[in-house]
Structure formats: structure tokens, C-alpha cells
Ligand binder design. Structure first.
Ligand code: LLP
Length: 400
């Protein structure tokens, strides 16, 4: 059991705390679920890119799914080998492509014909052959929040099947491109198996037809998206997830890559914030805390639910909104949460904050970003210092 109150006292708030033992357990569960085939878990760095988190995952054998050269550099710094790194994203700059090619990562995921042309030209300039994979958009509704759904044609991600075929043929005839993989990702926080299986079937069928015409696909990248329990969602078991994908791959000898982010770190992370005051406006009760939307954006941005509790307080509960100090009406961490009466300096624990928490934080209202702490085998350590005012202004020209 993590003593959150002690940690709040020791490191102050707002604070992110990550349970590294849980990260290990969940990572290994997923890794084992895929062990019946050649496979690679390429952790989606965007979910939580702290170097210590990446190092922990690197030690467990993880690869990395990166969406910027910055994320690639983080992964390498943390010890993830280059041959386990893939580079995705709809808008890669020329410099990023060039650097990724020089670094010789496993492959670059392409999301458009225009991008393929850029990659080919840059590879030619370097006298290299770029290993590529193409992100196919299977036009499947993942039945998740529209902001995090990506596998429908109305989304900006990937290319349709016919375009993908055309691109593979072209790439196969190029001296500077080597098509080695195929990729899809239909959305995030997926809680239903059927859309994943359907997408996998469509992309597996395409893979078979590509192999038939001599395109040597070696990697079948199923993206990320495995959902977690925030409230009372029924989630997909890693074993069932892997089996559903395997069932679409009969007769194919491929390495399966999966790119989970949220599943690995989401429920291993907590956000701690301190109560400043309570107030009542009409019959609406507010608990005002020292952490806000600049620290944890998900509730404001997606109306996402995060379970909250007041540490060491019992007694009668009533509905309250937990709101931050940022000057925006949309600055809240929880709405209508049933909470006991609080006092100044009580600690509120926000659950499921390990994924898309700190990484989406900002300095809005000139607020320093929170510190991050790891707890591993009952020992805690700081893994990112709290920002100071000096950090916040360090890039500004002060006297012009
Ligand atoms: N692979 C690709 C190509 C992705 O676009 C993503 C997430 C992942 C893997 C990892 O997905 P995960 O396993 O974490 O679901 N900020 C939003 C989530 C955005 C997800 C973007 N792509 C949130 O807070 O819910």
C-alpha cells in the first residue's frame, strides 16, 4: 500500500505518483499474452514519457512507439534499443525523418502518399534504404470517445486499403524504400474486442494479398488502445486481446507488434492535490484544490471521469465539484463527486492519472508543472523535480 499522505507531505502537491510494481505487472501480463507468437510490445511513449518510466520498461524488454524525434531520443536515452523503436504520426518534419533514418530505427510508419515521397527523397539523399510500414485505416468504428477514435475514414489517420496497396507496390519498386510492416490503430480506451478483431481481419487479409505479390511484410503492428477501468467499464483481458488478433493471422509468419500506452501506465499513476478551501454557491458545493487543468487536462478536455477520494476523512458525503485554481470555468478534476466535508490541507487522491496526465500538462497561468515520484518495492524516489519560477521564464528575453 502506498502511503500517499506521507508522499504529499514529503514532496508537496500537486504531485504525480507512479507505482512501478504495477507498471511491471501489467507490462508482463501483456507481454505474456502475446508470447505464443514472435512479438514486441512497443510502449506508446506519448502516454507517459518520463525517462525513469521508460527505463523501467526498457529493463522489462519493451520497445517504443514514438511520434516525434524527441520521443525517439527519450526512448534511446532510457536504453530502449533502436531496433525496437517505431516512428508514427501524421505530420513528421523533414528533419525528424532524416534523423530517424540516421538513427536506424526499426521502421517508420507512413500515413500518406505524400509522406512516402518525402521519406523516399530523404532516404535517397542519405544513400539509405528506409524501412517502412503503412498505416491502414480500416474504416472501423471503435465505439470509443470521438476525440480518441482514429480508425474511421472521417479521421485524419492512415490511408484506405486501395491507397495502401498502391503505396506498397510503389515502395517495393523503389531503391530507397523497403516495406517491412503494416500498421493500424483504431482508437484509444477500447473496451470492446469485436472492432479490434474486425480491423485485424481486414488488415490481415490485405497482408496476405501483399505477400502473395511478393511484398515481404514481416511486422504486423496492431497499434495500441487497450482500455482501462476508470469507473466501472468492463475491459478486455490481454489474453483475449492477443487471441483475437492471433485468430486473424492464420498461416501468416509475422512478428506482432502492439503499442499500448494507457494500459501500461494509466492505473499505475495517481495525482495528489491539496484542498485549499470549500465554498458553496447557491446549492452548489465546490472543493477548491491546488491542482488544476494545467496539471491534469483530461477532465476538462474530454469530460473524462477520474475517481477522486479525500484521504483519511470519513463521515457523511455530499455532491461536490473538485475544481482547480485556473481562471477557466472548465477547470475541474471531478464533477458531482460524493465526498465528505474537507478541511484546509486535506489531500485529494485522483486515480488513473498515469497516462496522458503529466505529459499533457502546461504552464497556463504561470503555474509550475508538478513533481513526479516513483514508488518501487515500497521505496519512493523523485523522478522529475517540481518546476521553479525560474524554469518557467528561462527561455524568455527579459529586457526587450
Ligand atoms: N499507437 C498509436 C498510433 C496511437 O495513436 C496511440 C494513441 C497509441 C498507440 C497508444 O494508445 P493507448 O494504448 O494509450 O490507448 N490524450 C488522450 C489519448 C490520445 C491517444 C492518442 N493515440 C486521452 O487522454 O485519453
Amino acid at each position: 500500500m502506498i502511503n500517499f499522505k506521507e508522499l504529499a507531505k514529503k514532496y508537496d502537491t500537486p504531485l504525480y505518483v507512479y507505482d512501478f510494481d504495477k507498471i511491471e505487472k501489467d507490462f508482463l501480463e501483456l507481454k505474456n499474452a502475446f508470447k505464443a507468437r514472435k512479438s514486441l510490445i512497443a510502449y506508446a511513449v506519448k502516454a507517459n514519457s518520463n525517462l525513469s518510466v521508460l527505463k523501467k520498461l526498457s529493463e522489462l524488454g519493451s520497445g517504443a512507439d514514438c511520434v516525434s524525434i524527441g520521443e525517439i531520443k527519450r526512448a534511446l536515452l532510457a536504453g530502449i534499443p533502436k531496433y525496437k523503436i517505431v516512428f508514427s504520426g501524421v505530420g513528421k518534419r523533414d528533419e525528424e525523418i532524416e534523423e530517424a533514418l540516421k538513427l536506424d530505427i526499426l521502421f517508420i510508419n507512413l500515413e500518406s502518399e505524400a509522406e512516402m515521397q518525402r521519406v523516399e527523397e530523404i532516404a535517397m539523399g542519405l544513400g539509405k534504404k528506409a524501412r517502412i510500414s503503412i498505416r491502414v485505416n480500416p474504416n472501423i468504428d471503435p465505439k470509443t470517445h470521438p476525440y480518441i477514435s482514429t480508425g474511421l475514414h472521417e479521421n485524419k489517420f492512415g490511408v484506405d486499403i486501395d491507397t495502401a496497396k498502391k503505396m506498397y507496390l510503389k515502395a517495393n519498386n523503389s531503391s530507397f524504400l523497403e516495406p517491412v510492416g503494416i500498421h493500424f490503430h483504431i482508437g484509444s480506451q477500447l473496451t470492446k474486442l469485436e472492432p479490434i478483431k474486425e480491423a485485424s481481419q481486414i488488415v490481415a487479409d490485405l497482408t496476405r494479398s501483399l505477400i502473395k505479390i511478393g511484398i515481404d511484410i514481416k511486422f504486423f503492428d496492431v497499434g495500441g488502445g487497450l482500455g482501462i477501468e476508470y469507473k466501472d467499464e468492463t475491459t478486455i483481458k490481454p489474453y483475449d486481446y492477443a487471441q483475437a488478433i492471433f485468430s486473424t493471422l492464420k498461416g501468416l509468419d509475422l512478428t506482432v507488434i502492439c503499442e499500448p500506452g494507457r494500459f501500461i501506465v494509466g492505473n499505475a499513476g495517481y495525482f495528489l492535490t491539496k484542498v485549499l478551501y470549500e465554498k458553496v454557491n447557491g446549492d452548489k458545493r465546490f472543493i477548491i484544490v491546488d491542482g488544476g487543468m494545467n496539471d491534469l487536462l483530461r477532465p476538462s478536455l474530454y469530460k473524462a471521469f477520474h475517481k477522486v477520494e479525500v484521504l483519511d476523512r470519513t463521515g457523511d458525503v455530499s455532491k461536490a465539484d473538485v475544481v482547480g485554481p485556473v481562471c477557466e470555468s472548465g477547470d475541474f478534476l471531478a464533477k458531482d463527486a460524493e465526498l465528505p466535508k474537507t478541511e484546509h490541507n486535506d489531500i485529494i487522491l485522483v486515480h488513473s492519472a498515469g497516462a496522458y496526465g503529466f505529459v499533457m500538462s502546461s504552464n497556463y497561468n504561470t503555474r509550475a508543472r508538478a513533481a513526479e515520484v516513483a514508488v518501487e518495492k515500497s521505496k519512493d524516489r523523485i523522478i522529475r523535480d517540481r518546476e521553479s519560477f525560474e524554469d518557467l521564464i528561462s527561455k524568455e528575453r527579459k529586457y526587450i
